[in-house]
Design a binder for this molecule. Structure first.
Ligand SMILES: NC(=O)C1=CN([C@@H]2O[C@H](COP(=O)(O)OP(=O)(O)OC[C@H]3O[C@@H](n4cnc5c(N)ncnc54)[C@H](O)[C@@H]3O)[C@@H](O)[C@H]2O)C=CC1
Ligand SMILES: O=C([O-])CC(=O)C(=O)O
Length: 313
């Protein structure tokens, strides 16, 4: 019996739960929210698609009742406010830090063995907060950002190449911020060919720029931040854990010297399996990529410092 809880049944959480159930990733999917009746309603609505779509995962919704989340294998934290057009993710820290810290503590009481996937923004800092405040081993706390950013990178690459996104490889490391993301163009390929051999430098630079502000672009269009790709990206990560797929996925994890960084959670390529973080994969970065990574880490650290200023860490 596998069980996944999604905390926050808003746009991202409900989409994630829906993808998990539809793909039968877990036997049971629990959604928990503070808004009375919302999780219950969304769970029932999703269950009423089962006969149409043909899945048999159990879906449960509850209002702040952590007992229902007991013994989850994986818990996805999406609770917190999203940004509005013109805002950065970092501006959400004041509200979301308190929410993430209290939710993570409640989760641990009922699911002491769970692997925690943090989605709430600013995600790198919320992952660091969850890791530091829960005291779990570092393989058990994973931030979801690079998974989504890499999918957006592949989307923009596929548009430039006029190709199918599933035939494009590409990964984004670094922080999950408008200026901290690092789409690794040198490692991106289409049908095994480096994309730099196919696209001109100007086109590739635009793909990188569009990827970095991918979330901001959608926030401008939607009036709130995106949810289809974020929810699917979180579910993709959960699937690699639950089904022990051992996919290499860019994720935000605690580093102790890897990629030249210590005491920080930031995006790097990670082998994800039933134990959560099973290996931090060492892509050999060149000098330019290393410099970008250092700059990105410095920016994430500056946001982490705010946790102390606001007394949540
Ligand atoms: N890491 C990533 O790649 C992404 C992160 N996000 C972030 O995910 C978060 C959620 O975004 P949306 O789903 O669009 O927001 P939303 O507003 O649609 O949903 C958030 C939900 O959290 C609930 N909530 C608030 N406090 C709670 C608590 N203490 N316990 C349980 N539930 C609580 C709210 O009632 C609401 O239903 C935001 O912080 C957003 O910035 C969004 C997209 C991608
Ligand atoms: O843009 C945002 O604020 C939400 C998010 O992290 C994303 O969609 O990448």
């Amino acid at each position: 019996m596998s069980k996944v809880t999604v905390v926050g049944a808003g746009n991202v959480g409900a989409t994630c739960a829906n993808v998990l159930a539809f793909n039968e990733v877990a036997d049971e999917v629990v959604m928990l929210d503070v808004k009375e009746g919302v999780s219950e309603g969304k769970a029932l609505d999703m269950l009423q698609t089962a006969a149409l779509l043909g899945f048999d995962s159990k879906i449960v919704g509850c209002t702040n009742d952590y007992a229902q989340t007991a013994n989850s294998d994986v818990v996805v934290i999406t609770s917190g406010i999203p940004r509005k057009p013109g805002m950065t993710r970092e501006e959400l820290i004041g509200v979301n830090a308190g929410i993430v810290k209290s939710v993570a503590g409640n989760i641990l009481k009922y699911s002491p063995n769970a692997i925690i996937v943090v989605v709430s923004n600013p995600m790198d800092t919320m992952t660091y907060l969850a890791f530091k405040s829960l005291g779990l081993p570092k393989n058990k706390v994973i931030g979801m950002g690079g998974t989504l950013d890499s999918s957006r990178f592949k989307c923009y690459l596929s548009k430039a190449l006029n190709a199918n996104p599933t035939e494009v490889e590409g990964l984004v490391i670094g922080g999950h911020g408008d200026t901290t993301m690092i789409p690794l163009t040198r490692f991106a390929s289409y049908k095994g060919r480096p994309v730099a051999d196919i696209l001109d430098a100007e086109t590739l630079a635009k793909v990188v720029a569009d990827t970095m502000v991918g979330g901001a672009t959608l926030t401008g269009l939607l009036g709130t931040s995106a949810w289809y790709a974020p929810g699917a990206a979180a579910a993709y990560l959960v699937e690699s854990i639950i089904h022990d797929q051992k996919k290499v996925i860019p994720c935000c994890v605690y580093l102790e010297g890897e990629y030249g960084q210590k005491d920080i959670c930031i995006g790097v390529p990670v082998l994800i399996g039933k134990n959560g973080v099973e290996e931090i994969v060492d892509y050999k970065l060149n000098a330019e990529e290393k410099a970008l990574f250092e700059k990105s880490a410095a920016a994430v650290r500056a946001t982490n410092d705010v946790l102390k200023e606001i007394n949540v860490l």
